[in-house]
Design a protein around this ligand. Sequence first.
Ligand code: GSH
Length: 440
Amino acid sequence: MKLKQTPLVAGMLVLTLMLSACAGNAAPTTTETSAAGETAAAPSTEVIAGGLGGASTAASGAATGASPASSPAGGAAQTSAAATTSAAATTAASASPAGAGGAAQTSPAAAASGSAAAIAPADAGEFLRTIRDRGTLICGVNPGLAGFSSVEASGGYVGFDVDFCRAVAAAVFGDPSKVEFRPLEAAARFPALQTREIDVLIRNTTWTLTRDTANGGDFGPVNFYDGQGMMVRQEENISRLEDMGGAQICVQSGTTTELNLADVFRALNVEFTPVVFDTNDATLAAYAEGRCDGYTTDRSGLAAQRLGLPNPDEHVILDVTMSKEPLAPMVLQGDPQWRDIVSWVVYGLITAEEQEITQANVDTFQNSEDPTIRRMLGIEGELGAGLGLDNDFMVDVLKAVGNYGEIYNRHLGPETPLDIPRGQNALYTDGGLLYAPPFR
Ligand SMILES: N[C@@H](CCC(=O)N[C@@H](CS)C(=O)NCC(=O)O)C(=O)O
């Protein structure tokens, strides 16, 4: 057993000035070298203003920006060197309200890539127009997280998050197939949103203040309440984080996971060495090979990844929750209509479960006398039009993917290998946290 009960100084073998894969504002990190190229790093900062200065992989040349005068205060101005053509200033990726006091950050990487030129800020209604003109929704998803987003042998995407993408496509086009999936590693997701390579990010992404401000994002409703967990080998006989003194812990960069790990272990005064990788495959492989004592990520992710290990029964997920991870769809700031559309699709899926409207029975509700149901399905009123959609957009959504509970059961429920109890993801009427505002 590698664990030591005496504290170790965390990974200090080689000090490297390392551009964290996730951080646009590179911070020096302490790195333990390894043949496989992973890093055992002092916790790196997450993508703060990672935007256009971050991973350039996502920069596709699409115009970007979102800095309307109406943006809420608090965003950090991120100015791409290649993105200063607009008098409005504007920032390539995030809100830049007057007097917001955010730090300006230039973006040499974006300039170097030459891919973020002629940036036009988004305005209200722009996203829907652009998506409709293009004829497909582009949805950023996880490259591979069983239950949430993975690619089938046929090449099609499947999963809980994937179905939310299809639901938004159904709302916009009346056709859930009009969606293109863009697989994104953790570090690439915010740049992809900021450069408008994608229209919406539905990728087990935790809603945080930084992502809501400095990263230029806006969030829809939480579609999965999660929390961070820890997986260890059963033979280690670890039952608490306090038993992990001196442990090496595999963690993926560009995630809240990496940050929480540092916070929680510091608070417990338990020394550990983070072993950090850019991709989940590498992170899990290192754990599977025994190079780490623990593997940490969202508990949903642990449930999924454990099943992918050669002998799942040899690994246990500790009965601890290290953080709050409210996972939610994310859009670029600047277009409230688009955020409303994404939000009300999620609320509609939740409301449909409340009302017991399903994929199979939705048509039978055309004669319903319940005013909430009539408004939500567009039988009366103009609620869809208020979003720029057809009034019966929720009929298309429900025919495409079913209600929230159906999506959950299809990918995460008792009939699936993951079998994740609904818990906080139950309706509020069943003791959970799912609560949609009224369709009126
Ligand atoms: N919810 C956390 C973690 C999200 C995350 O990226 N988790 C990893 C580990 S489960 C993942 O999905 N990796 C898949 C990949 O990048 O291929 C966040 O938003 O930062």
